[in-house]
Ligand binder design. Structure first.
Ligand code: NAG
Ligand code: NAG
Ligand code: NAG
Ligand code: NAG
Ligand code: NAG
Length: 192
């Protein structure tokens, strides 16, 4: 039962603590869109889990694993299946970044993200909760890992990042200016 606290940790992570690792990639969060499954605390529990894994792998390998090893995650996409709490998806996307909206940030150092909200799959045969765009998110994780885990300063690995938002004087619109530094350009649509 994946929902029983500690089961996955004890059976699938704890046995690995003595193995030196370069980093972690993580794809989870859909269940937490349900308020009863700790939706509100996710912005706290997710960074706390990352810090805990870093401590424990560092310790378990006698310091051979970097105590701030890179940690990448896949943003949860979207879900129009009304059996789910559809409103919980934006909340968890926000909480996946510790409520900053981007990573890395002060609470999530050396953490990177593959954006996925532009990759919904409402007709997935496995249900919209399981979008089939795994290669896309894998590719985005790899690009971000090159930048964050391997210090490649030339790689473009994020979507457009708002650098200045101003409310238009009449009050019925906002202007958003995007930083173009890291934008990945897609030949078909202009940007991903
Ligand atoms: C394995 O890691 C644990 C901490 O998680 C530590 O107590 C133990 O000494 C380690 N064993 C070896 C052989 O390094
Ligand atoms: C790991 O934890 C043990 C027990 O608390 C401690 O003795 C050891 O020094 C720690 N190792 C590292 C590398 O921090
Ligand atoms: C979700 O979107 C798909 C594709 O537009 C549609 O076929 C399906 O009926 C939608 N599901 C719900 C519950 O609205
Ligand atoms: C990346 O840069 C950081 C900060 O300068 C450094 O600590 C780390 O060792 C570098 N990592 C790699 C893989 O070069
Ligand atoms: C943001 O844009 C507004 C309107 O163009 C400008 O007045 C302001 O100085 C800009 N702020 C920053 C931090 O660039």
């Amino acid at each position: 039962d994946a929902k029983a606290d500690s089961v996955l940790w004890n059976s699938m992570v704890f046995p690995l603590l003595n193995i030196t690792i370069k980093g972690v990639v993580w794809y989870q969060g859909e269940s937490n869109t349900i308020p009863g499954i700790k939706q509100d605390s996710y912005s706290c529990t997710f960074p706390a889990m990352i810090a805990d894994w870093r401590d424990k792998f560092y310790n378990g390998t006698g310091g051979a694993t970097d105590k701030l090893f890179p940690f990448g995650f896949v943003q949860i996409s979207t879900n129009n299946d009304t059996a789910w709490i559809v409103d919980g998806y934006p909340a968890i996307r926000w909480h996946q970044t510790a409520d900053y909206g981007y990573v890395p940030n002060e609470k999530m150092p050396n953490v990177f993200m593959a954006v996925a909200m532009d990759l919904p799959d409402p007709t997935s045969p496995y249900g919209p909760v399981h979008p089939r765009y795994k290669q896309d998110v894998g590719y985005r994780l790899a690009l971000a890992a090159k930048a964050i885990a391997y210090n490649d300063t030339n790689v473009k690995y994020t979507g457009p990042f708002p650098s200045n938002i101003t409310v238009v004087l009449s009050g019925d619109a906002i202007n958003v200016i995007y930083d173009s530094k890291h934008i990945r350009v897609n030949q078909d649509s202009g940007f991903e």
